[in-house]
Each structure stands twice: as structure tokens, then as C-alpha cells.
Design a protein around this ligand. Structure first.
Ligand code: NI
Length: 392
């Protein structure tokens, strides 16, 4: 473990260079052509068996030790966001309107670092390590598409690992937890149809704007009155659309929002209540509501045994890190689709440094990380793979 740590630390300058190059050249979901090229070239150079074009721009690579043992999948996402970067660093995005504002540039650099480190330590491994460089994590379904195209077959992984740099916490913090880690997400659209008319003659209308307002208010009763206080759920309305003019009651109104939950039972309860409330309130006001639910991502649930192994590996390779075993977030992550099929662990590695001004939240136009997180993440991920292959 000590050798692994020292070798990871030695990779630091290279990891920073790779991350900055990717940061300069961000690419949106399913358009990661240049990024995938960098990934494929590096992995081929390491002698891995590389497959490109999985789910358009995804890359899969196999590190085969030739010794019998389990297959460990390690997954890293590659896409950027449609955000105009406001940082003025010399490695700022050179593509207008596109930015690595979630840290997936760091993930690619870390993934390539893990491949390099584990290749160098191939003799100490057994089984095989399957690298999954995934496109389009940001709401476009990259993981699901890679699964449809066979990333979990031939060979089928026994365990799966993935991580996120985490600007909510400082460098030196790591969040490895068993059980529910990130919420499942559903999006909803409520269309309210009423009867339009003159704003000055409301009694001859069925006002969908008024119904919309009542529905939005009533939706918050689901979390406060229906979900058990010991459970967790979020309902947020993010978009409302209705009408064009100040004196016309429109014909329709529309509400868009998101639901986040950790369990199937709570999810079902929330979605059922959402439909009942929308339809019932609209009807009581002379309107008609139609609810459309779109399931975006299931919850990220970590396997207990794998999470324990990752915790133990992290403690061995980076004993100075603080492990937060109770961290949880209502954010979502499409690695959930992999973890639904393969026992595994998704974890966070603290990447903020308020003293250096590096603590803007993910998806903020000034998001940036303390690059000290890079080699540390490589060390933890590599150590976790090493522990896992020898765990059975
Ligand atoms: Ni992200």
C-alpha cells in the first residue's frame, strides 16, 4: 500500500496536466470525441485491450492479469456542462458555453491514472480490471446506454467502483458509505387545462394559473404530511409556464419539477400523492390536470461488503484522510444503473480548498477543484481494486 501511495503521488504532475488539458477542451454528453481519443490513446499505450464507440463516445478497456480472479469494473464519466466558464485560470475552457463544471475532467484524469498505476502493479493483481469511461452522465443516460451496449457482459464484472470529486468538502475528506448514498430522481410535468378568458371577467373562466398555484403549494404537503418524518424525499418545482399577457386568463398552465427519494416505497408514495393532488386540486377548481412522470435515475445504493473493503483500502493507503461514513446527498448519478446490477461502491473525495478560493459548488460557472484531490483519488481507487481482487 505504501508503494501504491508513493507511485500515485509521483503521478501528480501528469494528472494535473491531463486534467487541465481536458478542462480546456470540454465536450458535452455523447460528443466527447476528443476526450475519448485521449482516453483510448493512453489506454492503448498501456497495453490494455481497448474498445471505442460504446454508446457513441464511451471507451471500455480491459487490464487482464492472466491469473484467475474476479473482474472489477471501475467507471469514470467524461462529459461537461452547457455553462459559460467564469474562471480566468490559464486552463479555462476554450469552448464558449461549455465547461467542466462538475469535475468530470478530473474523473478522466483519475481514471487514466488508475490505469497507469494498476498496470505498473499488474504483478500484484489477479483477475481483471475493466475500465468504463462513460459519456453523458449529466442527464442524458450514458450509463444506461453503455449497459445496453454490453459493458456489463464479457466479462461480467463481479464488483463495480466509481467516485466523484466533491467540492462540498475539503481535500483530506473522503465519503465512503454503505447503503443509500445518492437519491433516485424522477422528473414530472403537470399540464393543467382550464378555460381561458378575460382577466377582468374571471367568473366565466376556469383559471389554470390559480389551479397551478394551489397545486404547487399542495405538493409540499406530500413531504411534510405523507412521507414519514424518518424517511427522506424532496419535491421541487423548477419551471412554471402560463399565459402571455397581463389581462388574459390562459387556457393552460404547466409545472415542471423533480422528485428525489432513496427507496422504492417512498418513491411510489410520493409519485402517487403527486398525481392525486394535481388531479384532485385541478378538478376541484374546474380544471383538468394530466401528470407525466419520467424516471431519470434510481438511487445509488452501495453494497455493504464492498463499501467496507473500500473504506479499509482508503484507510490503509491514505491514513491521514477523514472518512465520513454517513455522508448522503439528494443529488443523483447514473452509476445507479450499474450498481443496480453489480454489487459495488460509489464514493466521494473532498476537492474543495476555501483558502485557495476553490470551493464553488458543482455546476457553478466558477467551479474549480484543488488538484491535490487527483493523486489521492488515484491512490484510493487503485487500493480499493487491489483489496477487492484479493477479497474472496
Ligand atoms: Ni458530476
Amino acid at each position: 500500500m505504501e508503494a501504491l501511495r508513493q507511485d500515485a503521488q509521483r503521478l501528480a504532475p501528469e494528472l494535473v496536466a491531463v486534467r487541465r488539458d481536458l478542462h480546456r477542451h470540454p465536450e458535452l454528453g455523447f460528443q466527447e470525441v476528443r476526450t475519448a481519443g485521449v482516453v483510448a490513446k493512453t489506454l492503448t499505450g498501456l497495453g490494455l485491450e481497448v474498445t471505442t464507440g460504446v454508446a457513441k463516445t464511451g471507451v471500455v478497456a480491459l487490464l487482464e492479469t492472466g491469473k484467475p480472479g474476479p473482474t472489477i469494473l471501475v467507471r469514470f464519466d467524461m462529459d461537461a456542462l452547457p455553462i459559460q466558464e467564469q474562471n480566468t485560470v490559464d486552463y479555462a475552457s476554450q469552448t464558449p458555453g461549455v465547461m467542466h463544471a462538475c469535475g468530470h475532467d478530473a474523473h478522466v484524469a483519475i481514471g487514466l491514472g488508475v490505469a497507469r498505476l494498476l498496470s505498473a502493479h499488474r504483478e500484484e493483481l489477479r483477475g481483471r480490471v475493466k475500465f468504463m469511461f462513460q459519456p453523458a452522465e449529466e442527464g442524458l443516460g450514458g450509463a444506461e446506454k453503455m449497459i445496453q451496449e454490453g459493458v456489463l457482459e464479457n466479462p461480467r464484472p463481479d464488483y463495480a467502483l466509481s467516485m466523484h470529486v466533491w467540492n462540498e468538502k475539503p481535500v483530506g475528506w473522503v465519503g465512503i458509505k454503505s447503503g443509500a448514498l445518492m437519491a433516485g430522481a424522477d422528473s414530472f410535468r403537470i399540464l393543467i387545462e382550464g378555460k381561458g378568458g378575460h382577466g377582468a371577467i374571471p367568473h366565466q373562466t376556469a383559471d389554470p394559473v390559480y389551479a397551478m398555484a394551489q397545486i404547487i403549494t399542495a405538493l409540499q404537503s406530500i413531504v411534510s404530511r405523507n412521507v414519514s418524518p424518518l424517511e427522506t424525499a424532496v419535491i421541487s418545482v423548477g419551471s412554471v409556464r402560463a399565459g402571455e399577457a397581463h389581462n388574459i386568463i390562459p387556457q393552460t398552465a404547466e409545472i415542471l419539477g423533480t422528485v428525489r427519494t432513496y427507496s422504492d416505497e417512498v418513491r411510489e408514495l410520493v409519485l402517487n400523492r403527486l398525481c392525486t393532488i394535481a388531479e384532485g386540486v385541478a378538478q376541484s377548481l374546474g380544471c383538468r390536470a394530466t401528470v407525466k412522470i419520467n424516471d431519470v435515475t434510481p438511487a445509488v445504493i452501495n453494497d455493504k461488503k464492498v463499501a467496507q473493503i473500500v473504506q479499509s483500502a482508503a484507510a490503509k493507503v491514505l491514513p491521514e484522510m477523514t472518512n465520513d461514513t454517513s455522508c448522503q446527498t439528494m443529488a443523483s448519478e447514473d452509476m445507479a444503473y450499474v450498481l443496480r446490477e453489480i454489487p459495488g461502491c460509489y464514493f466521494f473525495v473532498g476537492s474543495a480548498n476555501p483558502e485557495k478560493g476553490l470551493s464553488f459548488a458543482h455546476h457553478h460557472p466558477r467551479f474549480d477543484i484543488d488538484e491535490e484531490v487527483l493523486w489521492r483519488s488515484v491512490a484510493i481507487m487503485s487500493a480499493a481494486v487491489m483489496e477487492l481482487v484479493w477479497s474472496e
